[in-house]
Every structure is written in structure tokens, then in C-alpha cells.
Design a protein around this ligand. Structure first.
Ligand SMILES: NC(=O)c1ccc[n+]([C@@H]2O[C@H](COP(=O)([O-])OP(=O)(O)OC[C@H]3O[C@@H](n4cnc5c(N)ncnc54)[C@H](O)[C@@H]3O)[C@@H](O)[C@H]2O)c1
Ligand SMILES: O=C(O)CCC(=O)CC(=O)O
Length: 354
């Protein structure tokens, strides 16, 4: 029997089609009187709908959330929250919008009510990220964990199929690395396998019919579980590589996770056989890395860094950065092997079976 430490994160979850209608009750339960609604510019209409539902409890809308939370945007949103006398932030959107809510909470302690519309899982974690002078810094603080999360699958019906698939693989990455994290524990293992399985079954159904609310609900359920895993146990090589490629080479978040994950799993396979067994069982495959690669490719997602904006000439520098400030990983980071991993991910080769 392995020894482990388990500590759960607090938080209330309201789940199901149509649950956005319970927003008023949930805001009241938080004791909030003036909520600032956050969104990206693209999701302004959703923010307006949320503000309408809040009625007198809506303090205003800040619709300038962007990926990786630039410090300038965080400062602007904090100032708007202060000026409007907001006592709560309602984040409707994906990880970028939740991330902006976290930046406000980090500074002010305002509670966040999150309404996720992608599968990124940020709403389940005390992890925040803020980008300053071109460098993305991440940290953990209990203050930024949303107090209430409303998961309404109907809000994900508009998520384009391409982003649905890559966002689902971003979620799978959280669970996959959670399975071999130094902080792994049996409860998170159960959630990780269940979350990966739910997404593995849902993504092809979403691709076949993006309006399938059942499939959307299954994907959101999987994303919730994978997000819990990310929030409770640590990240490893895969997340380090993605943070390097996203933070220093500006690659898109969910797509980068999609391309890198099979290669990170292949790198770790021999050092984490129990994790690999759970991943392949969840995806009904024979090899974890290949099953993840096939899930992406068969559903039209990119599988090569060359196709999502990476330049081959930057691979050496990416390797150097990835080796700095390493996250704990089951297999030690070997420079030549990491460089080869990046090359394979760049070329989009299907990993060999372990
Ligand atoms: N801190 C954490 O725990 C954590 C976890 C995962 C991701 N993240 C962060 O989240 C960011 C990425 O989040 P993301 O992948 O969810 O993308 P995102 O939030 O940037 O959304 C991508 C685009 O899709 C749009 N969109 C979102 N939901 C939609 C919907 N239902 N219908 C139509 N359009 C929709 C958004 O408006 C945006 O234009 C990154 O900055 C990443 O670092 C943080
Ligand atoms: O890489 C991830 O998907 C999770 C961690 C993360 O994105 C940190 C952040 O920027 O908030």
C-alpha cells in the first residue's frame, strides 16, 4: 500500500442543463449584492445575459478577458471592480475569463462564481497565472478558488467543435499527469480515470453532433473531474512543456496541450506504468500515449507543433527553458530525450507503443 496525503478543496457545484437559471439563488447564497460580470469580448452576449439574470445585483460588465491574463488587464479589471463597489466576480467563459476573476480575487479577496463554457478546468483549482513583461508566472492561493461553480452544458453548445476537442484534451492532460504526480492519491486516481473516460467517450459524439446536450454534459462532467485532479495534485513534465510553449512562444493553450500530451506520456510510460494502465483503460486503448494521439487525430485536432505556430528553429530554446525550474516528474528530465520529444511533437509523429 502506498502512503499518501489527501486534502480536498472546498467549493459548491451546481450541475446540469438549464442550471444557469439558478444563478440568482446562488449569488444570494454567497451573500453578494454587487457582482461584476467578466467575459471575453467574444462572449459579451453571454455576459449580458448573465447580467440580466442578476438584475439589481449586477454591478457591471468587464468584457476584456484575454488568454494568459496580462497584468495590465488584471489591473484594469481590479480598478473597475473597486470603482463599481463590486463584492463578487461572476466569470462566464473559459479559462481566460476564470483566470481574470482569479487575478481580481488574488488582489481583493472577492469571491468568484464561475460559469465555465470550456473544459479547461480552471474553476476547480487554486492555481492562477498572470503574464508580466512577456513572462507568465503561476502560483497557488486558496483565495482564487471559485466559491461556487455552475456547470450548465447548454452554455457549451456554442463551443466550436475544434476547440471542444482540444479543450477536452487539455482536461485529459490534467488527469493524466495527476495519475503520476508526486502528490497522487487513490481518490484523485478514481476521479482521473473517470474523467478521462467520460471525455474519451464524449468528444467523438460532440464531433458528430455539437448540439448533443447529453454528450456536452458528459464532457463537462469529465472536465469537472479532471479539473478537481489538477486542483488537488501537482503538475509534471507535460504541463511544464505546455507552459514553456504557451508562455515563451505564444502557442495556443488547448492546442498545445493536445499536441504535447501523447509525447509526454510516451516519455514517462516506463516510469509510471500504473498511471498508463488507467489512461489506456479509460480510453479503451492498448497504449496510453497512442490512445491519446488517436483520440486527437481521429477527431480532427492538430497533432503537430508545426501546425499550431511553432518554429523548428525555436525547439532548442524551448528545450532549454523547459529544463529550468522543473516540475517533479516520474522520469528524470534528460536533455537529449526532451529535445527528441519536442522534435516528435513538432513533426506530429505517432508515439511508439511502450
Ligand atoms: N489556472 C488553472 O487552473 C487553469 C487551468 C486550465 C487553463 N487555464 C488557463 O486558461 C486559459 C485557456 O482557457 P481556455 O482554453 O478555456 O480558452 P479561453 O477561455 O481563452 O477561450 C477561448 C475562446 O473561446 C471562446 N469561448 C469560450 N467558451 C465558448 C463557448 N461556449 N462558445 C463560444 N465561444 C467560447 C472564448 O471567448 C475565447 O475567445 C489559458 O490562459 C490557461 O493558462 C488555467
Ligand atoms: O496548463 C494548464 O492547463 C493548467 C495550469 C495553467 O494554465 C496555469 C494558469 O495559467 O492559470
Amino acid at each position: 500500500m502506498r502512503a499518501f496525503v489527501y486534502s480536498g478543496q472546498p467549493g459548491r457545484v451546481v450541475f446540469g442543463p438549464g442550471t444557469l437559471s439558478q444563478l440568482g439563488r446562488e449569488i444570494q447564497a454567497l451573500g453578494a449584492r454587487r457582482a461584476l460580470v467578466l467575459s471575453t469580448p467574444e462572449q459579451r452576449a453571454s455576459a449580458e445575459h448573465v447580467a440580466d439574470l442578476l438584475g439589481d445585483r449586477a454591478a457591471g460588465i468587464f468584457d476584456r478577458a484575454v488568454m494568459h491574463v496580462p497584468i495590465e488587464t488584471a489591473r484594469e479589471a481590479r480598478e473597475v471592480a473597486r470603482t463599481l463597489g463590486a463584492d463578487c466576480a461572476v466569470a462566464v467563459g473559459g479559462g481566460s475569463t476564470t483566470g481574470l476573476g482569479k487575478a481580481i480575487a488574488l488582489d481583493s479577496g472577492l469571491p468568484i462564481l464561475a460559469i465555465p463554457t470550456t473544459y479547461a478546468g480552471s474553476e476547480m483549482t487554486p492555481i492562477y497565472g498572470i503574464t508580466e513583461a512577456g513572462m507568465k508566472k503561476t502560483g497557488r492561493d486558496a483565495k482564487v478558488l471559485p466559491r461556487t461553480v455552475i456547470y450548465d452544458p447548454e452554455l457549451t453548445l456554442t463551443l466550436p467543435v475544434g476547440l471542444s476537442v482540444t479543450s477536452g484534451l487539455n482536461a485529459i492532460a490534467h488527469a493524466a499527469e495527476g495519475l503520476y504526480s508526486v502528490e497522487a492519491n487513490p481518490v484523485m486516481d478514481l476521479m482521473a480515470e473517470e474523467g478521462i473516460g467520460a471525455l474519451g467517450r464524449a468528444l467523438p459524439r460532440i464531433r458528430a453532433n455539437p448540439a448533443d446536450v447529453e454528450a456536452r454534459g458528459d464532457a463537462l462532467y469529465g472536465a469537472w473531474l479532471c479539473g478537481i485532479v489538477l486542483g488537488n495534485v501537482g503538475m509534471a513534465l507535460h504541463h511544464k512543456l505546455c507552459h514553456t510553449l504557451g508562455g515563451s512562444f505564444n502557442l495556443p493553450h488547448a492546442e498545445t496541450h493536445t499536441v504535447v500530451l501523447p509525447h509526454a506520456l510516451a516519455y514517462n510510460a516506463a516510469a509510471a506504468p500504473r498511471a498508463m494502465n488507467r489512461i489506456q483503460r479509460a480510453l479503451k486503448g492498448k497504449d496510453a500515449a497512442q490512445a491519446v494521439y488517436d483520440l486527437a487525430k481521429d477527431n480532427g485536432a492538430p497533432v503537430a507543433l508545426r501546425d499550431i505556430g511553432m518554429k523548428e528553429g525555436d525547439l532548442d530554446r524551448a528545450c532549454e527553458i523547459a529544463l529550468q525550474n522543473q516540475y517533479p516528474n516520474p522520469r528524470p528530465l534528460e536533455k537529449a530525450a526532451i529535445r527528441q520529444l519536442l522534435q516528435d511533437a513538432f513533426d506530429g509523429v505517432r508515439p511508439a507503443a511502450a
